[in-house]
Design a protein around this ligand. Structure first.
Ligand SMILES: Cc1cc2nc3c(=O)[nH]c(=O)nc-3n(C[C@H](O)[C@H](O)[C@H](O)COP(=O)(O)OP(=O)(O)OC[C@H]3O[C@@H](n4cnc5c(N)ncnc54)[C@H](O)[C@@H]3O)c2cc1C
Length: 400
């Protein structure tokens, strides 16, 4: 067992670090207050100026080939190792920079794994070049954890499917171009067997997207209605009625996108804060309780890092880190809450002030994170579902 990066990996990490320092706007650290594990504090989704910056930055990532590091060369990738992809993800999230999106992080790798050759030719170049972004159309008002129960239907009619139904909690559906979604294509089959994957153009007639404001006050969620929406049959991904099995794999890709570097970044910022801040005439960093809390959370962050590197190593060995993806998602999102608790406890009463207050410590990140981290343990499968997966697939316990 070797816990060191090799020479090539270290050189790549340095290259990514230099790139981020050079290419991100100088005021990025102040502007980007994204809480690790959170969804709603990604204010770049709401602010058009930040969206522009994120768009320009992503173009540079495309030029470097870094959004598709581990993809095969024939599909526009660099065919590097998953470890290098993990190194990239770690540094990008440490700088809270815009990195992979849903299209590059979830849909692309899924199409490469289970899409037909025609699917790959149609979608992979656009995804690799960051020409399109997608939103995830999985959840419905009565289907969340139990995705096999989805009701949105797609019925074949000539060269098209006709889609009817409703999706909910579609993050970024209002700014993405396409839905990466699951639909019921065989209502008579057992519920796991009648589901298919479709890519649906947001501009199709019959789609209505309505905003849902999240707990942080940001428009990140949407509810999306499909009323006789015609979708070309060639937008079917993989085989018809195999969608539920593909979904399990796509969810694993999503669960690996934990933004691990953000945890270390916030910890370092907290440590820096307590070095300088004083309470009752004493430096906070000398306070026993503060030191204990920081030492504990730093240990937990190290554990999360170990899980993160382990999943990359498994992928490089050709193994499927399904249980590990769930464990990583569980650990990181629970950690998101623990980190927010720690920050709020250390910052004390002033820590509750929001960003616009002149007395606000820590750029007001803590209360935003404190609210936002609640969502982390629900999106992409709740903590209870992650524990179920680990119990069933990891420990071999019966389903019920
Ligand atoms: C920030 C965020 C972003 C999201 N983005 C998207 C998105 O882009 N696209 C999308 O499709 N969806 C999205 N979702 C929806 C998310 O996937 C669902 O909220 C989640 O799967 C839970 O489903 P539910 O809300 O219907 O809760 P339910 O499934 O009704 O669960 C309610 C409670 O019961 C528990 N529970 C349910 N089943 C079991 C079980 N078998 N064993 C033990 N406990 C169980 C759950 O853990 C939870 O605590 C997002 C959610 C959040 C919070």
């Amino acid at each position: 067992m070797d816990f060191q990066f090799n020479e090539q990996e270290t050189a790549f990490q340095n290259e990514v670090e230099e790139f981020l320092k050079k290419e991100l706007p100088p005021d990025w650290p102040e502007k980007s207050t994204h809480w690790p594990g959170g969804y709603g504090s990604m204010e770049m989704k709401a602010d058009s100026q930040l969206l522009d910056v994120a768009g320009r930055f992503r173009r540079k990532l495309v030029e470097k080939g870094w959004l598709t590091i581990a993809w095969p060369k024939e599909y526009g990738g660099k065919q590097h190792t998953y470890m290098e992809q993990a190194i990239f993800d770690e540094r990008v999230s440490y700088y809270r920079a815009p990195g992979m999106g849903i299209a590059t992080g979830i849909a692309g790798p899924s199409i490469l794994r289970f899409g037909t050759e025609e699917n790959k030719q149609q979608w992979i170049p656009k995804i690799a070049n960051a020409e399109i972004e997608m939103w995830l159309g999985y959840s419905e008002p009565d289907s969340g954890s139990d995705l096999a129960s989805i009701q949105t239907t797609a019925v074949e009619d000539g060269d098209d499917f006709v889609v009817n139904g409703q999706k909910i909690w579609g993050t970024i559906a209002h700014i993405a171009n396409y839905a990466w979604m699951v639909v019921r294509t065989d209502p008579d089959a057992p519920k796991h067997k009648g589901i298919s994957f479709l890519i649906v153009d947001n501009k199709s007639p019959g789609i209505t997207i309505r905003p849902l404001i999240n707990i942080v006050g940001v428009h990140s969620f949407n509810e999306i209605f499909f009323d006789n929406v015609r979708v070309p049959q060639k937008h079917l991904i993989g085989e018809k009625n195999m969608g539920f099995y593909y979904l399990m794999l796509a969810l694993d890709f999503e669960r690996l996108m934990v933004g691990i570097g953000g945890f270390r970044r916030v910890l370092e910022e907290l440590v820096e804060y307590v070095r300088h801040a004083e309470r009752d005439g004493l430096p906070l960093g000398k306070n026993v309780s503060v030191r204990q809390k920081l030492a504990l959370i730093s240990t937990k962050i190290e554990v999360a890092y170990m899980f993160f590197w382990r999943t990359a190593e498994m992928l490089d060995k050709g193994l499927s880190p399904s249980v590990e993806a769930s464990a990583l998602k569980l650990i990181c999102t629970e950690l998101s809450r623990q980190l927010a608790d720690t920050a709020m406890e250390i910052l004390g009463p002033y820590g509750q002030l929001m960003m616009d207050s002149k007395w606000v410590p820590f750029r007001g990140m803590a209360p935003r994170g404190y609210l936002d981290c609640i969502s982390a343990t629900i999106g992409a499968g709740s903590s209870e579902i992650m524990r179920n997966i680990m119990a069933i697939r990891g420990l071999g316990l019966p389903r019920k």
